[in-house]
Structures are given as C-alpha cells and as structure tokens.
Design a protein around this ligand. Structure first.
Ligand code: ATR
Length: 288
C-alpha cells in the first residue's frame, strides 16, 4: 500500500473496534482493484459520535461503516437515509454526498446478495426468523422485500417479536409477519406443516465459546427446514447448522453476509460493481 497525496480515507465508527474484520475486507478490495484507498478503524464513543461524523465530512472521508453501538444513533447525524435502512431503523454504511453522509443498511443488502449468489429464492416461501433483536429486523425487511409468503418471528420475549411484526406489516402494508413465543415453536409443525421453511438464526445463542448451545434442540423442528442460515460465523459451523444438515437441510453461516455487506458498502462508496471472483478473493482472505 502506497499512501500519497491522492489517498482517500474510509473507516469504521464503533466501540469497540478491535475485533472487526472490515479493514481486511475493504483494504483487500482496494489492493485487488488497485484503488488508492485506506480503511481504518476509528474507536468512537457515543458521546463523540456527532463530532466524529462532522469531522469525517470536513476531513473529506469518502465513506464509513457504523457498528455497535452506533447503528441507530448515527441516523440522527445524516443528511439522507435510504428507505430500507429507515424501515429497519439501523444504518451501518455512510456514503459521502453533498453536505454530509447518506445512510444505508448493507447488512440487509448483504444477506439478500448472499441468497442470490446461492440461488435461494424467497418468493412465495415461508420463512422463520429465530430472534427479534437488531439483526432480526434487517432479516425481516429482506424477507418481505424478497416476496416471502409468511414470516414467523420466534423470540423468547414475545413483545419484541410483536414489535418487529407490527412495524413490518405496517411498512409493507401486508399481513405476512407473525410473532410466536420461542417456547411455542411446535405450533409451526402443528399448523404450517405443508411445506418446508427457510430459517434464519439471528439470536446470539451458539456464539463462541458457547459452540454447543442451540436455540431449539428438537429434530422435529429441523425436519421442517430446507435451508438454514445462521448469522453467526464464529464458530464457522454452529450446532444450529449441524442440526439442519443432519436433518437433510442445507446450512450456511454468516460469513458471506459479512463479506457482502462490506462489498456493497465499497460499491456504494466507489460507485462500482464488484465481480464474484473478486468477492471470492476477499472471502478467502477473511478465512485466514
Ligand atoms: P443483535 O443486534 O445481534 O440482533 P440483540 O439485539 O441483542 O443482538 O438480540 C439478541 C437476540 O438473541 C434476541 O432475540 C434475544 O432474545 P430476547 O429478545 O428475548 O432477549 C436472543 N437471545 C439471546 N440470548 C438468548 C437465550 N439465552 N435464549 C433465547 N433467546 C436469546
């Protein structure tokens, strides 16, 4: 990497930022594509966020990512927000525009791209989302945007599943989201057993070092699945994925979603499309 007078700066706003994989994604893209750009993590507190965004604009920083705990708060500091990000209520990518930054949610866009790459269609499919946190909201938006027939949101705290379901039903002007108490998951095979589900695992259960934990441990549930996607990528193979496979379903982890959220951010910053063979080079770098 040769930093010179023309080098453009990209970065990450987060607290903490030490464990982020984003610099690997973006700096590999700059290397492979020959772009004179550098991506650095900026450890930014909640108190300092507003000044950081303003300062970034004044420093001519081309684009940034926002991660925990800033994905909601940063929305107040932008000049424009993409419709999808607004509906989800979270921004993870800031793109420099006239007068400030425009916010996007490339987490949702990244998951959508992953499904396209794997040839998984959600059109007229029934989906299940396990969990009702911030990540679940992005998954829910994508399910509706990609044409799901019904989306069951299962959560330990029913109220949070109800919140996402009612927000999304209102936004999409359709009655497709149904909240279900996690403990009542058997309802799915009692009442909707005519076809298999695409299941998105968006809880923190199974995250390392708790590799043997799983949100539902009942093979009857896994028999209902034909595709299972765990948003977790550490461990690389979760118990949820293993149970999916043991019961005949395809299973994927969250690393490709992470890859594509980064690639889409980079595409937005540079107004380019990144080819799949380049995406694969980045993916292999992430595995190291
Ligand atoms: P993220 O932003 O990554 O989605 P989050 O907002 O903290 O993270 O959401 C974590 C999700 O994991 C929630 O759905 C949470 O359930 P609650 O809403 O009931 O808290 C779920 N979760 C975490 N630990 C859990 C556990 N031991 N059992 C069941 N669900 C759990």
């Amino acid at each position: 990497m040769n930093i010179d007078g023309k080098t453009r700066l990209l970065g990450l706003l987060g607290d903490p930022v030490e464990h982020t994989m984003s610099p690997v994604i973006h700096n590999t893209l700059s290397d492979v594509l020959g772009f004179n750009e550098v991506y650095v993590p900026f450890h930014t507190t909640s108190e300092g966020l507003k000044n950081a965004v303003k300062g970034a604009y004044d420093l001519n920083i081309l684009g940034m990512n926002a991660t925990v705990p800033h994905k909601n708060a940063v929305m107040d500091m932008l000049v424009d927000i993409d419709a999808g990000a607004k509906a989800i209520g979270a921004v993870n990518t800031l793109v420099r525009v006239e007068g400030g930054y425009k916010g996007y949610n490339t987490d949702m866009m990244g998951l959508s791209r992953e499904l396209d790459v794997y040839g998984i269609s959600l059109k007229e499919r029934n989906a299940v989302i396990l969990g009702a946190g911030g990540a679940a909201r992005a998954v829910a938006y994508m399910c509706a945007a990609k044409g799901c027939k019904k989306v069951f949101i299962l959560n330990r705290t029913l109220q949070k599943a109800e919140g996402i379901a009612s927000d999304m039903n209102r936004y999409f002007k359709k009655d497709i989201f149904l909240p279900v108490l996690l403990a009542d998951y058997e309802k799915l095979y009692d009442e909707y057993n005519d076809e298999k589900f695409v299941v998105f695992q968006s809880t923190s259960i199974g995250l390392a070092p708790h590799n043997e934990d799983v949100v539902i441990d009942d093979s009857r549930f896994y028999e209902l699945i034909d595709v299972g996607i765990d948003l977790i990528y550490n461990p690389f193979e979760t118990k949820f994925m293993r149970l999916c496979r043991e019961n005949g379903a395809k299973a994927y982890n969250g690393l490709r979603m992470l890859l594509y959220q980064g690639i889409i951010a980079y595409e937005l910053w540079n107004n380019i499309s990144v080819a799949e063979d380049v995406a694969d080079i980045v993916y292999n770098k992430m595995l190291k």
